[in-house]
Design a protein around this ligand. Structure first.
Ligand code: ADP
Length: 239
């Protein structure tokens, strides 16, 4: 269980957000640009230090302003898939994934190959990442994010760099991958389609505040109110 309740300032912006998320579920975080979605992920990852509150994972404090508890980012069991995927272009697929694995070289190789097999890209292990398709790159980025057995997986618009046709296909592949995960997943997206298809729960952030939350299913009929209703009504026709 991830339990976040923080106040965090970035320049003149203030995020005041609370969130609880269960392992094995995906929380889709949506809201207007500048609402604080990425800042919330950064707080969980330990890239922002809140002025108040805590980030707790399975009862262990990663951040707790009251007791001055702070765990550095590299000591948080977090997997991160950013918008541009941030793969290392000069490394092979295998080495990209092995990079995140702790331990001796041989163990890292074995673990990397097992993860690549799991996402059906094991045969690409020796390839340079620059030669992969968008969907293949996405799977490699996910394998790398999972290499350290994260308790929390952070996906910051992971499909944003794909063209629309590839995006629909990779989204469905990603959904299959996410179903099998035992960690808490937070997904930031600007796409109503992705929120509905990948999310179990929806959280709306507006101007640094949580304004709506609940199971995605409870937002899926077109009778809802608030920012989520307008957002979800903008959904394009089924692909
Ligand atoms: P979102 O992901 O919802 O688009 P962000 O979390 O990226 O929003 O940004 C929230 C707010 O934080 C922005 O409106 C901006 O004012 C502020 N902000 C973001 N990055 C910085 C920064 N590096 N320095 C100062 N303020 C920032």
């Amino acid at each position: 269980m991830l339990d976040v309740d923080v106040s965090c300032t970035r320049g003149t912006f203030r995020l005041e957000a609370a969130l609880r998320a269960e392992p094995g579920r995906v929380t889709a975080i949506v809201g207007p640009s500048g609402a604080g979605k990425s800042t919330l992920l950064r707080v969980v990852a330990g890239l922002e230090s809140p002025v108040r509150g805590h980030v707790t994972v399975d009862g262990a404090a990663w951040t707790d302003a009251a007791s001055a508890t702070w765990r550095d980012p590299e000591h948080r069991a977090v997997g991160w898939v950013p918008q541009d995927l941030a793969l290392f272009p000069h490394l092979s697929v295998r080495d990209n994934v092995a990079f995140g694995v702790p331990g001796p070289r041989e163990d890292r190789r074995v673990r990397a190959e097992a993860l690549l097999e799991r996402f059906a890209v094991g045969d690409l292990a020796d390839r340079a990442v620059g030669t992969l398709s968008g969907g293949q790159r996405q799977r490699v980025a996910l394998a790398r994010a999972l290499a350290r057995d994260p308790r929390v997986l952070l996906l910051d618009e992971p499909l944003a760099s794909l063209d629309p046709d590839t995006r629909a296909r990779v989204r469905d592949e990603l959904r299959e991958s996410l179903v099998s995960l035992a960690c808490v997943t937070l997904l930031v997206t600007h796409s109503p389609d992705e929120a509905l298809r990948l999310g179990d729960d929806l959280l709306v952030l507006e101007s640094g505040r949580v304004t709506q939350r609940g199971p995605v299913r409870s937002f899926a009929d077109d009778t809802g109110a608030g920012w989520a209703a307008g957002f979800l009504r903008a959904r394009p026709a089924e692909r």
